[in-house]
Unconditional design. Structure first.
Length: 248
C-alpha cells in the first residue's frame, strides 16, 4: 500500500514568526496521522521551520532549487545548500515557476537530477493549461511532461520522487478536476512510469493531485485508486484547515 502524502505549498507567504506559530499549532493536530505531512515553505522560513518541526512528524521542503551545486548564480540556492540544513523535499517545476520564470521541462529535469543527487526528494509538478484541456490533449501533454522531466532518472530513484498532477486552470481558481478526470490522469502518469521503469516502480511512485484541494473535497481525491495525496496551496495557510485535509 502506498502512503498518502499531503504537502502544503505556502508559496510566497508567511514570515518566520508566522511559520513557527503555524507549526506549533499544526503539530498536535496531525500527530496521530498515518499520512506523510510536508510543508514547503519560503527559503527565509526554512531554518525556523526545520527547528520548530524537529521531533514532530512534519517534514519540511523548499519550493525551488538551482541545478548547479555552487558558483556564479546570484540569488539562487542549490540542492546541496538545502540538504545541508536538513531540508528533505523540494517542489520542482510548479506551474507558477514554469509560467513566471520560464522553466521548461529540460530545466525541471536538471533540477530533479540535482535534487536526487543531493538526497532531496523532489515533488515534480505537471499539468495542462485550460486551452490544452479544451483541445482534449491533456493526457498527451502530461505524459510528455513526465517523460521529459524524468529523462535519465534511474529506476531506483523513482521511489524518492513524488509527482504532483496539477491542472493549471485548477490552481488557486476554486475550480477542480472531477475525481474521475484526476484519477484517470494520475493513472495515465502511472502507466507511463510503468512503460519506462516497469511495474514495480509504477506501483511505488507517489502521485498527488493538486489544484484547489480543500477539506470539503479532499476525501474523494484521497480515496481515488491512483491518487496518493495532495499538493495544497491556499488551504495550507491555516493550520486547522490544513490539518483537516491531512486527517481527511
Ligand atoms: P491551490 O494551489 O491549492 O491554492 O489551488 C495548489 C498549488 O499551487 O500547488
Amino acid at each position: 500500500m502506498r502512503k498518502k502524502v499531503i504537502a502544503g505549498n505556502w508559496k510566497m507567504n508567511m514570515l518566520p514568526n508566522e511559520a513557527i506559530d503555524f507549526i506549533d499549532k499544526l503539530t498536535p493536530l496531525v500527530k496521530d496521522t498515518q499520512n506523510e505531512v510536508i510543508l514547503c515553505v519560503p527559503y527565509t522560513d526554512l531554518f525556523y521551520a526545520l527547528l520548530t518541526a524537529q521531533n514532530t512528524n512534519i517534514k519540511i521542503g523548499a519550493q525551488n532549487v538551482h541545478w548547479e551545486e555552487s558558483g556564479a548564480y546570484t540569488g539562487e540556492i542549490s540542492a546541496k545548500m538545502l540538504k545541508s540544513i536538513g531540508v528533505e523535499y523540494v517542489i520542482i517545476g510548479h506551474s507558477e515557476r514554469r509560467k513566471n520564470f520560464f522553466e521548461t521541462d529540460e530545466i525541471v529535469n536538471k533540477k530533479v537530477k540535482a535534487a536526487l543527487a543531493n538526497g532531496l526528494k523532489p515533488i515534480i509538478c505537471v499539468g495542462e493549461t485550460i486551452e490544452q484541456k479544451e483541445a482534449g490533449v491533456t493526457k498527451k501533454v502530461v505524459t510528455e511532461q513526465v517523460k521529459k522531466v524524468l529523462d535519465e532518472i534511474k529506476e531506483e530513484q523513482i521511489e524518492n520522487i513524488i509527482i504532483a498532477y496539477e491542472p493549471i486552470w485548477a490552481i488557486g481558481s476554486g475550480k477542480t478536476a472531477t475525481i474521475k478526470d484526476a484519477n484517470d490522469i494520475t493513472k495515465e502518469i502511472r502507466d507511463e512510469i510503468c512503460k519506462i521503469y516497469g511495474q514495480k516502480a509504477s506501483k511505488r511512485v507517489i502521485i498527488q493531485y493538486g489544484g484547489s484541494v480543500k477539506p470539503e473535497n479532499c476525501k474523494e481525491y484521497l480515496n481515488a485508486s491512483d491518487i496518493d495525496g495532495a499538493l495544497v496551496g491556499g488551504a495550507s495557510l491555516n493550520p486547522e484547515i490544513f490539518a483537516e485535509i491531512v486527517n481527511n
